[in-house]
Design a protein around this ligand. Structure first.
Ligand SMILES: [Zn+2]
Length: 427
C-alpha cells in the first residue's frame, strides 16, 4: 500500500535552502523519486493526494525525549516537589522504578503515537526503568518498529540503585548498541543520567567500558546542584568533568546546559558537542534557561514533556533570552547533522532521499521564503498537529488517524497497563 504515489498542491521547504510553491512530490519504494512544480509531475495512473496548499517540511527529530514518562499525565507526585531534586525523588524516580516490561512498551507506544501526530519521525530517547533494566532498550526498539519510526536509544546509567545495578545498566547500553550497529532504523548510544548521580568511581568505570566511538547522551548542568556537585570535586563544572574522563566528542548529546562555568562554555566551543535545550521542561521545573547567546550550536528537545517539537520551537522563541542565532539551523540543519551520522540520507527533501515528511495543517497565504520560514512556523503552524506524517515513504498518520497501529485498541491496553503501573507507583 502507498508504495508509489504523488503528493500534489503543496508548498514544500527543506527548511534551509528552498521553498517551492505549487509543488508535487513523487514517492516510490520509500524514497523521493522527484520533487518539482506540479505541472511537471502528472501521472493519472498513480494515486495522487491533494494537500490543499499545505506547507510540507522534512520529518522532524525530537533529540531528547523520555518515553518512559509518557503515561504520567495527571500523576500526582508522592510528596512536595519544591526543588529540582525533589521532583526527581517524588515523581520521576518512583515512576521509573514502577515500570515493568509491559508498561515500558505501552508507555513508548503512547509517546511515539503522540510524536507522529506532530510530524516527528525520529526520536532520541533517554530511558530509565530501574527494576527492569536488562532488555528494556529492546522493548523500546519494538515500539519504534511497530510505529515505523527511527530511534537512537540509551539507558541512563546512575548510582541510584548501587554498584551491581550500575554494571547492569552499562551492560544494557553496550549490548544494545552492539546488536544494532548496522540497523537501518535503530541505533544505540551510551546513556548517563547526570554528573551529580555518578561518583568518581562510577565515572572511571564508564570511561573504561564505553567505546571511544560510542556517543554519550546525558543531562548536563540542568539544575544548579549539578554545577555545585562538580565544583565540590574540583572540576570547573559538568562539561569539564565529562571532558576530564575522556567522554566528550562532537557527537555527544548534552541536554540542558543551563548551569555552566565559563570554562564549561569554553570547552563546548572547542569540542562542539550537540547541546539540546528543552525550554518547556526547564520552565516546568523552574531551573532557569539555557543562555542561547553563549552556545552556538544547539537543538531543541521536549525532555518528556510532549511529542511536539514545533510547539517547543514556538516556546523557545517566546521564552528566549538572546537573539536566536540561526533558527533554521536549530530546527533543520543541526538535527540532520546528528541523524546523518547514523542514517546518511535522513532529513533531506531531494530526489533519492528517504521520504520522511511532515505535512502541516498550515496553508500559507503571505510570502514565504527560507529567510522568513521560522515566522511562518511560529505564527502559522503554531505547533499544531500535522495533516500527515510520512516516514520511509509510508503514510503513518493522516486524516487524524494513525495507520500502522489501531490506536483505539492500543489505548484500551494502555488503560489497563496504567492502572497496574499506578498501583505499583503508590506502594
Ligand atoms: Zn531529560
Amino acid at each position: 500500500m502507498d508504495e508509489h504515489y504523488i503528493l500534489k498542491n503543496a508548498v514544500v521547504s527543506d527548511g534551509l535552502r528552498f521553498v517551492l510553491e505549487d509543488a508535487a512530490i513523487e514517492i516510490r519504494d520509500g524514497k523521493i523519486l522527484k520533487i518539482a512544480k506540479h505541472s511537471e509531475i502528472r501521472d493519472t495512473k498513480l494515486k495522487t493526494i491533494d494537500l490543499g496548499g499545505r506547507l510540507v517540511l522534512p520529518g522532524l527529530l525530537n533529540p531528547h525525549h523520555h518515553l518512559y514518562s509518557a503515561l504520567a499525565t495527571g500523576l500526582a507526585p508522592l510528596g512536595a516537589t519544591d526543588t529540582f531534586n525533589r521532583i526527581l525523588e517524588k515523581l520521576w524516580w518512583p515512576l521509573d522504578r514502577s515500570l515493568d516490561e509491559e508498561s515500558i512498551y505501552y508507555s513508548a507506544l503512547s509517546g511515539l503515537m503522540q510524536s507522529l501526530r506532530y510530524g516527528v519521525t525520529a526520536v532520541i530517547d533517554h530511558h530509565a526503568s530501574m527494576h527492569a533494566v536488562s532488555g528494556s532498550l529492546g522493548i523500546l526498539a519494538k515500539a519504534f518498529r511497530t510505529m515505523g519510526m527511527k530511534g537512537l536509544l540509551c539507558y541512563e546509567v546512575s548510582d541510584r540503585e548501587g554498584e551491581a545495578a550500575l554494571d547492569a545498566q552499562i551492560e544494557e547500553n553496550l549490548l544494545f548498541r552492539e546488536k544494532h550497529k548496522t540497523d537501518p532504523d535503530i541505533r544505540g548510544l551510551f546513556g548517563m543520567h547526570a554528573n551529580f548521580t555518578l561518583s568518581e568511581k562510577s565515572m572511571r568505570r564508564i570511561a573504561e567500558a564505553k567505546p571511544q566511538d560510542m556517543p554519550l547522551h546525558i543531562h548536563c548542568g540542568e539544575a544548579s546542584g549539578d554545577l555545585a556537585f562538580c565544583r565540590e570535586l574540583g572540576y570547573a563544572g559538568p562539561v569539564d568533568r565529562l571532558r576530564a574522563f575522556g567522554l566528550l566528542s562532537r557527537h555527544s548529546l548534552l541536554a540542558h546546559c543551563i548551569h555552566l562555568s565559563d570554562r564549561d562554555y569554553d570547552i563546548l566551543y572547542e569540542i562542539q558537542p550537540v547541546v539540546i535545550s528543552n525550554p518547556e521542561s526547564n520552565a516546568n521545573n523552574n531551573v532557569g534557561m539555557m543562555n542561547s547567546g553563549k552556545i552556538g550550536r544547539y537543538v531543541l528537545g521536549t525532555d518528556g514533556m510532549t511529542g511536539n517539537i514545533l510547539g517547543t520551537f514556538r516556546s523557545h522563541f517566546l521564552f528566549r533570552n538572546a537573539v536566536l542565532p540561526n533558527p533554521a539551523d536549530l530546527l533543520f540543519a543541526y538535527p540532520a547533522e546528528i541523524m546523518q551520522y547514523y542514517f546518511p540520507d535522513w532529513g533531506r527533501i531531494e530526489s533519492g532521499a528517504a521520504a520522511d515528511l511532515a505535512v502541516t495543517n498550515y496553508r500559507p497565504v503571505t510570502p514565504l521564503n527560507p529567510d522568513n520560514l521560522f515566522f511562518h512556523l511560529i505564527f502559522g503552524v503554531q505547533g499544531k498537529e500535522m495533516f500527515m506524517t510520512v516516514a520511509n515513504g509510508k503514510i503513518l498518520f493522516s486524516d487524524n488517524t494513525l495507520h500502522t497501529v489501531d490506536e483505539t485498541a492500543i489505548n484500551a491496553e494502555i488503560k489497563k497497563t496504567v492502572k497496574k503501573l499506578y498501583e505499583r507507583y503508590q506502594q
